[in-house]
Write a protein that binds this ligand. Structure first.
Ligand code: MG
Length: 393
């Protein structure tokens, strides 16, 4: 094996002021900080094996931070100190015995493939490599709230992770540092103590360490905004359908069988609600109508459960990289009463479309005895679908 990565995620994040949930398990842009860090390494393609080191009591929380990937090993239990956690991770790699190991803090979810590549490439000619950034601020030595000196910042750099090492060298250095009772704040310091020369590559200012509740909130806002902009092309479609009443003892409305004194007549199951919704979704993405995709002349759709129509329309939205933001439908008929079945219809429509039930509205009205609907010759449905597509579509 060539390259392994250790993701250090055992800290309790006591500085973050985030309450019960450690910062690596906080959500930013719909994913945990830890999951983003893990995915960064998996997506880079530069790590053959990934070992997360987590708090001994965090196995339950870890579950939704672990993407399915054969390169991701089962999590290792950490230690009370960061250095101890890294040592556990290094020990867990003994059997794999990689050439090199990247050690990364889970609280830096924005490392990026370019930065990881710089560290890995530089390891070809070095035993230890860390990414660094020049210190931009003027540095002051302060005692009791008063400046005692201005510290020259020439030659001073801030260290980031991932830090890369020859595996055998850093493992030995960590074991010896532990035996000597030495505690350091990063792995490069362990290497320095063991007289391993540490080379530097350019860090990335975007590779920030999420430390405080404000850091987490700012990252969450930025990622959420980026995601919203990606699929911010809002489309609205309308749909309308009518079916005639005929003999029967129930009608299908929104995929729910509703008892009635008559039935609705049609080529499929005559579910006006799902038919109107299907046309609304297809209209929102400009992909024709229900008749174009499911022609009544096709015997496959004779007596079909209409949920296949709406499911297909929803699949077409997903295929475009979009989402259905909202579905709203009104049933117009002199019975049956929809009220008692409204929640079942909302749940069924949501399940068919693959969206949350809070994104589905169902209304019903009579036609006040007027016209063909008022004479109970048939029933109708109007629907509106709001869809969000990527701007590139
Ligand atoms: Mg129809």
């Amino acid at each position: 094996m060539r390259t392994a990565a250790i993701i250090v995620a055992a800290g309790r994040g006591s500085r973050a002021g985030l309450g019960e949930i450690p910062k690596q398990y906080q959500m930013v842009g719909g994913k945990t900080v830890l999951r983003r860090s893990i995915e960064t390494f998996l997506d880079s393609g530069l790590a053959d094996l990934l070992v997360p080191v987590i708090g001994p009591d965090d196995a339950g929380q870890y579950a939704n931070s672990a993407p399915q990937d054969p390169r991701l090993a089962a999590p290792i239990a950490g230690a009370p100190t960061r250095q101890g956690s890294v040592r556990n991770g290094l020990a867990a790699l003994a059997d794999s015995n990689p050439d090199r190991v990247l050690i990364h803090d889970a609280a830096r979810p924005f490392a990026g493939a370019d930065l990881i590549t710089r560290v890995v490439r530089a390891l070809d000619g070095a035993d230890a490599v860390i990414p660094v950034l020049p210190v931009a601020s003027t540095l002051k030595a302060v005692t009791d709230g008063t400046v005692t000196a201005t510290v020259p910042r020439d030659g001073l750099f801030a260290a980031e992770t991932p830090q890369g090492f020859r595996y055998a060298l850093i493992r030995d250095a960590h074991e010896r540092a532990a035996a000597a009772g030495k505690e350091f704040t990063d792995d490069a310091a362990v290497a320095e103590w063991a007289s391993i020369p540490v080379r530097t590559v350019a860090g990335d200012p975007a590779n920030i360490k999420l430390t405080t509740a404000d850091d987490i909130a700012a990252a969450d806002r930025r990622l959420t905004m980026e995601a919203a902009l990606k699929i911010g092309d809002v489309r609205v479609g309308v749909g309308y359908d009518v079916h005639a009443f005929g003999p029967g003892n129930e009608v299908m409305l929104g995929g729910v069988a509703v008892p009635h004194t008559r039935g609705l007549i049609g080529h499929s199951d005559a579910d006006v609600v799902l038919h109107a919704l299907t046309d609304a979704v297809l209209g929102a993405i400009g992909e024709g109508d229900i008749g174009a995709h499911f022609p009544p002349s096709d015997q496959r759709w004779k007596g079909a459960a209409s949920e296949v129509f709406l499911a297909e329309a929803a699949a077409r939205v997903r295929a475009r990289g979009g989402v259905i933001a909202h579905l709203d439908v009104s049933y117009i008929g002199e019975g049956p009463k929809v009220g008692p079945h409204r929640e079942a219809m909302r749940a069924k429509i949501a399940a068919i479309a693959g969206i949350g039930v809070d994104r589905v509205g169902v209304q019903a009205t009579t036609n006040e005895g007027l016209g063909f609907i008022g004479r109970s010759e048939g029933a109708a449905a109007h629907a509106v679908a709001t869809v969000r597509l990527p701007f590139s579509a």
